[in-house]
Each structure stands twice: as C-alpha cells, then as structure tokens.
Design a protein around this ligand. Structure first.
Ligand SMILES: [Zn+2]
Length: 259
C-alpha cells in the first residue's frame, strides 16, 4: 500500500456524512493527510474548525478566484484570519486568477484580482507559508511574475495546465504542480506529467469535484490518487512504489507536515 497525501481538497465541500465515510476509510487507503483549502472567509473558518477535529485534515485559508471579488471588509477579515491562525494553517490558499470566469465574461477586469493575489502572495511570504494557486494557462505566467517579484520560493500550482514554456518556468523556479485523477483520461495532463520532473509533481483530488473516465459517477475520494500515481509511474516508466514514496516525501516536506 502507498502512503499518500491529497495535496488539494475542498473538505468543507463534502457533507458531514461524506466526511465521516472518507475519514473512516483513510487508513485503509494509506492517506496520511489532506491539504484542505478555503474558498472564502466562511469556508476558511469552517475548514480550520474541521482540521481541529481530525489532525489528518491540514487547513489553508484564502479566497478562490473563480467568483465575484469579496467586499473590502471581507478581504480585511481574511487577512486578519490568516494572521490570527497562522500557527494552525499550513498554507495560504486557494488563491489565484479568474481564468474560467473571464472566459464566461469578456468584460471582467483582471487587475483587481491580480492585486488581491499579490497581497496574498506577500502575506504567504511574510508568514513563511506555501501559497496554493489556481492559475491556469497564461495566468500561470502572471502568477510567476508576482512570485518572482516578491522572491517567493514555495508555490503550488494546483491542477496545473499550461504550455511547455510556462511549465518550464514553474519547474525551474522550484515551484510544485499537482495533478488530479483526470491524468487517466486527459492527454493534456499526461503530456505535462511526461515533461515535468517527478520531484515537482504532487497528487490531489480537488474533491468533491467529480471525475470522468473510470471514476464517472463516483464520489471523489482521496483513494483515487492511487490510480493517479500508477498512471504517473507508467508515463514516466518508473517503479510505482518508488514514485509513490517520492511524491509522498516531497509533499510532506513542501507543506512541512509533521506526522
Ligand atoms: Zn480547488
């Protein structure tokens, strides 16, 4: 059995019943920890509370970019929350840029989102925490500009999508990316796995986000990462156990998890 860490999950997005089913089965699947990100202030609060109930849930707090910007008041409260709970939080996230929202609404201005992202990046650096990024395709370059401007070393591009040039920039800066179970059936993700060095790759579910292919119709469970890891090992022609161990160790170190 592999030891695994789900590097990105929306734990507060599951129902209480689903959460207890998942928690009861974690040991059986070798899941040692889950990085549970926050969507906004309320979600970050709930995620932190849930992390205090079960130590395998590691909370992060932030503001997901694929939604209307929060009020100035909420923004200030999120930053206060980050300061107040820095000891209990493992990262700042999920934060980033509204890629899909901009696809739907051509008039949406990116600038205010970029300014908020820069504030989160600066905060993550001052708290000495990794930053969890939702920055897709060309937005990953914008994020790299900001990260480089502030000499940030620990950044995680969750569910990374982007061309070779962006991938190279992310990897050469020492940042991490993560892949979801869709690597089983998405060519685009398989190509990223082929090009990225193993040490830059983490695995995640982004649960409760649902998957297709062999996972169609199933509740997203961190145990799905087993197939993800097998797929990564096969693409990279590496031993499965060694692949799992290296991903586990890198993820544990990146998020400074004690377990
Ligand atoms: Zn997410």
């Amino acid at each position: 059995m592999f030891s695994m860490i789900d590097a990105h999950i929306h734990w507060d997005g599951y129902s209480p019943g689903q959460r207890s089913v998942i928690l009861d089965s974690l040991d059986r699947h070798g899941i040692k920890a889950m990085i549970a990100v926050g969507m906004n202030l309320k979600s970050s609060r709930e995620t932190l509370d849930l992390s205090l109930i079960d130590g395998r849930v590691k909370a992060a707090a932030g503001f997901h970019p694929e939604q209307e910007l929060p009020s100035t008041e909420e923004i200030e409260e999120i930053f206060t929350f980050l300061d107040q709970h820095a000891e209990s939080l493992v990262a700042v996230g999920e934060v980033g840029l509204p890629y899909y929202k901009m696809q739907d609404d051509a008039t949406l201005e990116m600038k205010p989102y970029e300014e908020l992202l820069e504030r989160f990046i600066v905060k993550a650096k001052s708290l000495d925490k990794p930053v969890v990024l939702h920055c897709i395709y060309e937005h990953a370059s914008v994020a790299c500009d900001l990260l480089e401007r502030h000499s940030v070393e620990k950044a995680h591009f969750h569910w990374f999508k982007g061309d070779e040039a962006i991938l190279e920039r992310v990897v050469s800066n020492g940042y991490k990316l993560s892949v979801t179970p869709d690597v089983m059936y998405e060519d685009e993700i398989q190509k990223i796995v082929q090009k990225a060095p193993l040490d830059a790759i983490m695995v995640e579910t982004d649960g409760p986000w649902p998957f297709d292919g062999p996972f169609k119709g199933q509740m997203t469970h961190p145990s799905m990462m087993r197939r993800t890891i097998e797929c990564i090992a096969s693409i990279k022609k590496l031993d499965e156990t060694e692949t799992a161990e290296r991903i586990f160790t890198e993820t544990k170190q990146f998020y400074r998890l004690s377990m």
